[in-house]
Design a protein around this ligand. Structure first.
Ligand SMILES: Cc1cc2nc3c(=O)[nH]c(=O)nc-3n(C[C@H](O)[C@H](O)[C@H](O)COP(=O)(O)OP(=O)(O)OC[C@H]3O[C@@H](n4cnc5c(N)ncnc54)[C@H](O)[C@@H]3O)c2cc1C
Length: 523
């Protein structure tokens, strides 16, 4: 774990009562800048707006955020939510890298050797890795032992998952918090609609917990005792005429697809900087031609399905994704099963809202910030003042310039806002009177004849296991998602029902009860 220039700290926590030992690794290089920036223990009153580029995990070296999350979640689970009080012994061993300056190293060591566990706990708590969430142990109020000095105030902009989670945590740290939300409801891009006479919980926004390991949403679900349903692996594919894609064809093109991706990785390694100007789509197509694979019409359609699935997971067209960088965030992905949450993700939103002061229909138009604090003007002219602001609005809102920052945001943040992009993913949710598809699957896919339409209703998610109704959600990704925006929803609904009728030829598709639409923008 030791990189040149870092000090890695290994803390071994031992609970005598339960005979459990948990190991936690931290990197000093990350700890000190983080402690200075956030300094919750010191209750800074200065005004800072943190956003892109300031994320403290960016300064950790030799350790990924998911490593920390994994270690901390283990602590949380194994030692219980009151881990601080159940720990009876701490061991510490420190290995130091070679290039860190003497003064910094000795300061680190002195500090850490004095109170190693307290510091580690402080760090992981301040980072929100432990002691967070919605259990009775963490109400949205200051802990009893909080400092009595007047607390700094924070205005959180946006009551999506990020804003609500941050607001709860800041309240726990003893700050005074108010959330300003533009809409009349919390949750932002998480929205569970109740369709089919209110019987079925249908996700029109974020739906799948994409990897349960070290995922804070999984921790929330466990704290609330909400069951999770693992999305099962089997995903049959259907030809356009309704035939099931045969196992041999399915497996062989699956292998072709994965091999092409492996070769694309090697290609960019070989091309080095020259890979910068090539899109992932172009790279894969060049390799397909080079290796002369997926030549027949059927093979091509199945490969197109995999490419649509790749566009879905990246919420962008392959022609827009960079061969050099498309998978740069893979190392931060959550591992483990993908899951649905019983009853819908709004259950998490409502739990996060509990005890958090939120003002709705307060669309922020202007944020003035300086050494004396922040002054925020909402639509209609009302002004709110605080020591600090935490802005959690989506990238699209920042790009649109609908919020004026005065003074303007720093160059690095403006650059990041400008460089980051997003794409489209559309979904059509349908509620039927009964499940007419195979109940033992959670997903099935449909091929398309034309490559440009490969993402049109290419994947169906079945939510019958968790939603309280016979719910299917059809996804539209890639170029098809862009076209979808221009088409009348009634027309698209007929199209998707037509596809369903073909795909499920053995049974009759019953009349649909209700439908809904949602769309998602990704990076
Ligand atoms: C259709 C769809 C499907 C998705 N599927 C998945 C999935 O399966 N798995 C997954 O992990 N993620 C998925 N996502 C992404 C996930 O939902 C988001 O990443 C997540 O909800 C973002 O949370 P957030 O708090 O950062 O932002 P948001 O939820 O967007 O919250 C921002 C809040 O700020 C408010 N706001 C905006 N402008 C202003 C303003 N000027 N003043 C005041 N308030 C303002 C908004 O109303 C909103 O409530 C999906 C998203 C969509 C839309």
């Amino acid at each position: 774990m030791t990189d040149s220039g870092t000090v890695d700290i290994h803390i071994s926590l031992y609970d005598y009562t339960n005979d459990i030992r948990v190991n936690l690794w931290l990197s000093c290089e990350g700890i000190f800048p983080t402690a200075k920036v956030y300094g919750f223990g010191d209750r800074p009153k200065s005004c800072h707006l943190y956003g892109f580029g300031d994320h403290p995990q960016g300064s950790l070296s030799g350790i990924t955020s998911s490593c920390i999350m994994q270690g901390c979640e283990e602590i949380l689970l194994l030692l219980g939510e009151h881990c601080a009080s159940t720990l009876l012994q701490t061991d510490i061993s420190i290995r130091k890298g070679v290039n860190l300056g003497y003064i910094v190293v000795s300061t680190c060591l002195d500090y850490l050797l004095r109170e190693p566990f307290t510091y580690a706990l402080y760090f992981v708590t301040a980072m929100g890795h432990v002691n967070f969430g919605v259990s009775a142990a963490f109400p949205a109020s200051s802990p009893a032992d909080a400092l009595q000095a007047p607390a700094a105030s924070v205005l959180v902009i946006g009551a999506g998952l990020a804003g609500l989670a941050a607001a709860r945590q800041l309240l726990r740290f003893g700050l005074r918090v108010l959330v300003l939300e533009g809409r009349a409801r919390p949750g932002g891009r998480v929205y569970t609609s109740r369709l089919g006479g209110g019987q079925a919980a249908v996700e029109l926004g974020g739906s799948v917990i994409t990897g349960i390991h070290a995922n804070p949403l999984g921790v929330l679900a466990r704290q609330l005792g909400i069951p999770l349903h693992k999305v099962r692996d089997r995903c049959p594919l259907y030809h356009t005429d309704g035939r099931t894609v045969g196992t041999r064809l399915d497996r062989s093109i699956d292998l072709v697809f994965n091999t092409l991706l492996d070769h694309a990785t090697r290609l960019r390694e070989a091309l080095k900087e020259a890979a910068e100007g090539i899109s992932l789509g172009e790279g894969i197509e060049r390799l397909r031609r080079l290796y002369n694979v997926a030549k027949s019409e059927e093979e091509r359609e199945v490969l197109d399905w995999h490419l649509a699935n790749l566009e879905f997971s990246n919420a962008g067209c392959l022609s827009e994704l960079s061969l050099a960088h498309w998978d740069q965030d893979d190392q931060f992905e959550m591992g483990g099963d993908h899951c649905f949450l019983a009853g819908g993700n709004s259950r998490l939103v409502h739990a996060l809202c509990d005890g958090v002061p939120v003002l709705y229909e307060k669309t922020v138009k202007r944020i003035e910030h300086g050494v004396d604090g922040v002054s925020i003007t909402v639509e209609g002219g009302q002004v709110f003042q605080a020591d600090m602001a935490l802005c959690t609005v989506p990238l699209g809102v920042l790009k649109s310039g609908s919020i004026v920052f005065d003074p303007e945001l720093p160059e690095n943040k403006l650059g990041a806002i400008q460089r980051l992009g997003f794409g489209l993913l559309n979904k059509v949710a349908m509620v039927f009177p009964s499940v007419f598809w195979d109940e033992e699957i959670d997903t099935f896919g449909c091929l398309n004849k034309e490559s440009s339409k490969r993402g049109e209703f290419f994947l169906f998610y079945s939510y019958h296991t968790v939603s309280g109704g016979a719910v299917l959600v059809a996804l539209v990704a890639g170029e098809a998602a862009l076209e979808f925006e221009k088409v009348d929803p009634v027309v698209t609904l007929h199209r998707v029902l037509g596809i369903l009728r073909e795909a499920e030829t053995n049974t009759e598709t019953p009349e649909m009860i209700q439908s809904g639409h949602g769309n998602r923008s990704g990076r």
